[in-house]
Design a protein around this ligand. Structure first.
Ligand code: GDP
Ligand code: MG
Length: 365
């Protein structure tokens, strides 16, 4: 059912109705009566408080579901394109990313990269911003794709001139095709002696890449991540293609995004989030997979705290109740009811933490 009454939910979690009503009032629900109804999401959150694992039939929920895309995209704001670097191991993905990242440090006033981040934005000489992603963990990528998410707008396929097309190159080509994402080929290591660029192009064509040289529309750029040769050409190719794609998104409304990476730092559990719709701000309540966060702070790829993150922007997000997983989708909780339940849980977790601290102090005495 889409909705459930308080009385039925109390029965479902095997609680006495009046005890259950008191509990709900403690959570911040006012004027609770036995015939008060709530939607499946709120009921599920409450049931989890009693140790139940709700099986959600999400087919009819309104809150915590991605919004349908708008009908008229031209009213939306331009957003930075997401460019993912893919290719066979040792072909130079990290070297190329580092080169792009360095140019981003030169372009900003801040001191530099203070932490590893698998996603970063670069302001191009033209002023256009591009967001680059390190190839996310394979499973994360698959889980995002299973949900029909095109996390990336453009794939830069790195192929070493001295090694040509290899199994992971072919896998990357398949991935880009399945996701219907355009490719820019970067033939790397052109500083090396005795390479055969034409043979590499032939191999690419044999594997279904429609490269420009053979009448297709896939650009091929010759680069060296080591010497920097051709790298401006690669950036230009990305800018040109992204101008054609003209990526846009709404900057208002509930935030949606993806967890690219997750881990633990000094400030606690963090996740690198990539916003794809709406704007994320401190204080927002977001849900990812089995966990949620009341966002305390947002930190960009330069280690600088920011006040908001809009579409196409990667940020690390803290405040997680449990560790989210790479590949989880992020949705903002906007209904007052779901906020109440989540706030209640955050406070309960905090009280529990304080109680544990007190216990530790008492034990030391
Ligand atoms: P990844 O596994 O694709 O991330 O590859 P890496 O960026 O780690 O590079 C693998 C090796 O190739 C490293 O030893 C790099 O120094 C080297 N390498 C990367 N790009 C170039 C290049 O343009 N020229 C030369 N000569 N070596 C390169
Ligand atoms: Mg690497």
């Amino acid at each position: 059912p889409e909705y459930i009454s308080v009385a039925n939910l109390a029965r479902a979690v095997k609680m006495r109705l009046d005890d259950f009503i008191v509990q709900m009032q403690n959570m911040g629900f006012e004027d609770v009566s036995h015939d008060h109804v709530m939607n499946a999401e709120v009921a599920g959150l409450i049931a989890m408080e009693y140790g139940y694992e709700p099986i959600a039939d999400t087919s009819k929920e309104e809150d915590l579901l991605p919004r349908p895309p708008p009908e008229d995209k031209s009213v939306l704001q331009p957003r930075p394109p997401i460019v993912t670097i893919m290719g066979h191991v040792d072909h130079g993905k990290t070297t190329i990313l580092d080169w792009l990242r360095k140019s981003s440090i030169v372009a900003t006033e801040h001191g530099g990269i203070t932490q590893h981040i698998g996603a970063f934005s670069v302001t191009m000489p033209s002023g256009k911003i591009i967001t680059f992603l390190d190839t996310p963990g394979h499973s994360a990528f698959l889980s995002m794709r299973e949900r029909g998410a095109n996390v990336t707008d453009i794939v830069i396929l790195v192929v070493a001139a001295d090694d040509s097309v290899k199994p992971q190159t072919i896998e990357a080509i398949k991935h880009a095709k399945a996701a219907n994402v355009p490719i820019i080929v970067a033939i790397n290591k052109i500083d090396k002696e005795g390479t055969d660029i034409d043979a590499v192009k032939q191999d690419l064509a044999k594997n279904g890449v429609d490269i420009e040289d053979f009448g297709g529309d896939t650009q091929v750029v010759l680069v060296s991540g080591k010497t920097g040769q051709g790298m401006e050409g690669l950036e230009e190719a990305a800018v040109t293609l992204s101008e054609v794609l003209d990526m846009r998104a709404e900057t208002d409304g509930p935030c949606e995004g993806w967890v690219l990476e997750a881990g633990t730092e000094k400030r606690g559990r963090v996740a690198t989030a990539l916003v794809n719709r709406g704007t994320l701000r401190p204080g927002d309540i977001i849900v990812a997979g089995q966990t949620w966060s009341r966002v305390r702070s947002l930190i960009n790829e330069h280690g600088v705290e920011v006040e908001f993150a809009g579409p196409g922007t990667p940020v690390t997000v803290d405040g997680w109740r449990d560790q989210p997983l790479a590949g989880d989708s992020i949705l903002q909780a906007v209904s007052e009811a779901s906020k109440k339940v989540i706030n209640f849980r955050m406070e309960k977790a905090e009280r529990l933490r304080q109680a544990t601290d007190m216990e530790a102090i008492n034990n030391q005495r």
